[in-house]
Design a binder for this molecule. Structure first.
Ligand SMILES: [Zn+2]
Length: 87
């Protein structure tokens, strides 16, 4: 089992975390005026890097949402950086 580090609680088993997606995939601004291809890219296209990745995770026991840097090859995960909530 892998250990992830919550910014609020510290190291915990990976089963306590929920993946929230790729960090930096910001929702397009402009509502209905946003071109369909921009919405499609936002909803469906991912970088899926081989190696270093920045991801959004939530610790389901304290509900802290944070960005974690994780290496998809080595599975090494750096301590997370809080996005809000308890910080
Ligand atoms: Zn936590």
């Amino acid at each position: 089992m892998q250990i992830f580090s919550c910014p609020f609680c510290g190291p915990r088993p990976e089963t306590e975390f929920h993946f929230g997606g790729e960090a930096g995939n910001d929702r397009p601004h402009g509502g209905a005026s946003v071109p369909a291809q921009d919405w499609a890219a936002y909803l469906h296209l991912r970088h899926n890097p081989k190696g270093a990745a920045r991801e959004i995770w939530m610790h389901t026991t304290c509900l802290e949402v944070f960005v974690m840097e994780r290496d998809t090859l080595s599975m090494r995960a750096e301590p997370g950086q809080a996005l809000g909530g308890h910080a």
